[in-house]
Design a protein around this ligand. Structure first.
Ligand code: 5GP
Length: 188
């Protein structure tokens, strides 16, 4: 069993509604050693790909992404969950939030995502894939290429990962959960 699955079983809490609470090590309090292990695992999966930039989305994707940036010695850019008034050249797109059940606007400066970029998208969770779809759209707007998408935890029963794989995306998840029924965690 890999280190993230072990940690989920030790410290994760399955909540009603298909939500996994991991705020003691991933979403609120952070474990830097675990983040480094996550980054090294991602880097192994990405070996040989022509990636020049890491893209994540605030807030919980930033910790694993910055560690991956350190390991791979690549710049990291995070997509903002609002549109800053002071910035020009913003690429924008609406995304539905699974955990908050509302629509928010994500944005990234076209200064930091261009047609020269070959990116890996990193996030904490993959559920229905709405955040990932937002990133796909921002990359299409910028002309950049998605080489892979890396997630710490994929909730396989919500289908986002399998849909993206069926479309040809390289989706890498360190732990895939197939069920949270009866608040019990079952891995694929
Ligand atoms: P998606 O857009 O793939 O439907 O959902 C992914 C986003 O929703 C992630 O960025 C993550 O922040 C949040 N999310 C989805 N499911 C969970 C969950 O079970 N627990 C937590 N903590 N966040 C989740």
């Amino acid at each position: 069993m890999n280190i993230i699955k072990k940690r989920i079983l030790e410290d994760g809490k399955s909540l009603p509604g298909g939500i996994l609470k991991v705020d003691s090590f991933l979403n609120h309090q952070l474990d830097p050693n675990l983040m480094m292990d996550i980054a090294r695992s991602f880097a192994e999966k990405l070996a040989g790909k022509p990636i020049n930039k890491i893209v994540t989305i605030e807030a919980s994707g930033i910790a694993p992404a910055i560690m991956l940036g350190y390991v791979m010695q690549l710049p990291v850019v995070f997509v903002k969950k609002k549109v800053p008034k002071t910035m020009e050249n913003m690429l924008v797109r609406d995304v539905h939030s699974f955990t908050k059940d509302r629509v928010y606007t994500v944005s990234i400066s076209s200064d930091f995502l261009t047609s020269d970029d070959h990116i890996v998208f990193v996030d904490d969770f993959l559920a229905y894939g709405n955040a990932a779809r937002g990133i796909i759209d921002l990359c299409a707007q910028s002309g950049s290429t998605i080489e892979a998408m890396c997630f710490v935890i994929e909730k396989g029963f919500q289908g986002g990962g399998d849909a993206l794989r069926a479309e040809g995306y390289d989706v890498e998840s360190l732990a895939i959960i197939d069920s949270l029924d009866d608040c019990k965690i079952t891995f694929r």
